[in-house]
Design a binder for this molecule. Structure first.
Ligand SMILES: [Zn+2]
Ligand SMILES: [Zn+2]
Length: 271
């Protein structure tokens, strides 16, 4: 059984109003023994009506203070770590590195919620070109980022754009993207970085996690070892969502263990 949830949000994220304590209580109820808060810190995110300035940024000192209180309170019931889901953009490589260095994070997820400044969550990202072209650009932008920035532990939801394309992952054929995905995976593996298995893909109509099974298999084939698992829950009910399906799939990919992180160091967890 998977007993860790290493990707979850709270009201520190602009798109969640969940109290941290409610996330902790839900995790305990579901038999989870290790969690890590990974709220959105996505600097310089494009501003519009839905997304005012600073929407995906939080006060990190306050965050550390709040999590420390809860960590002490629930110490005997669950291990609570403190992480961040850090938004990647090429021009932020240096300032993100300074930011991560300023705090004592246990775990840093690098995520691409933007692709060369544009938002794959929005329909406009796909307009005027084929879905395939849009997905190619998405993977290219991840490659551009991992060349510049490596102060993270795992790459988050590596095929995130597939959640939002016009036909999602229905027409996704791994071989068509293998060249650029392999380039990304080689950099991750050569630098000892992991990838996360983000189980929210199941509920988002993908019939699988992000990234998809083919990418997890390729990571394994190329020598990748470090997988973390997270629900990407933005509310208590979604903690550990679809963990049974994810566990079966990860085992099919040849992994008999997964990882958590303490103080930025990977630690093995057995199923
Ligand atoms: Zn979010
Ligand atoms: Zn994300």
């Amino acid at each position: 059984m998977i007993r860790a949830d290493y990707h979850m949000h709270s009201s520190y994220s602009g798109d969640s109003d969940a109290k941290q304590e409610s996330m902790i209580l839900s995790a305990i109820n579901k038999g989870i023994t290790h969690i890590c808060f990974t709220d959105h810190q996505d600097f310089d995110f494009p501003v519009d009506e839905e997304c005012p300035a600073g929407y995906f940024e939080f006060n990190t000192d306050q965050y550390f203070f709040d999590v420390a209180m809860l960590k002490a309170k629930y110490d005997e019931l669950i291990s609570i770590n403190i992480g961040v889901e850090l938004g990647m953009q090429e021009h932020l490589a240096e300032s993100n590195d300074v930011y991560v260095g300023q705090y004592d994070f246990d775990f840093v997820i690098a995520s691409s919620h933007l692709c060369h400044g544009k938002d794959p969550y929005k329909a406009s990202f796909y307009e005027g070109r084929t879905e395939k072209e849009a997905y190619h650009e998405y993977f290219q932008s991840i490659y551009d980022n991992v060349k510049l920035f490596q102060n993270f532990d795992v790459y988050g939801h590596l095929d995130y754009a597939l959640r939002y394309g016009p036909t999602k992952n229905q027409n996704f054929v791994f071989d068509e993207y293998k060249e650029e995905i392999d380039k990304i995976l080689h950099i991750l593996i050569d630098n000892g970085k992991g990838i996360e298995v983000n189980t929210s893909g199941y509920a988002k109509g993908m019939n699988g996690p992000n990234p998809c099974k083919d990418i997890i298999l390729e990571y394994k084939k190329l020598g990748g070892e470090i997988l973390t698992i997270g629900s990407d829950a933005h509310k208590p009910a979604d903690i550990a969502a679809d963990y049974d399906k994810a566990e079966a799939l990860i085992k099919e990919c040849g992994f008999d263990h997964y990882y958590i992180f303490n103080q930025r160091k990977p630690e093995v967890m057995k199923f």
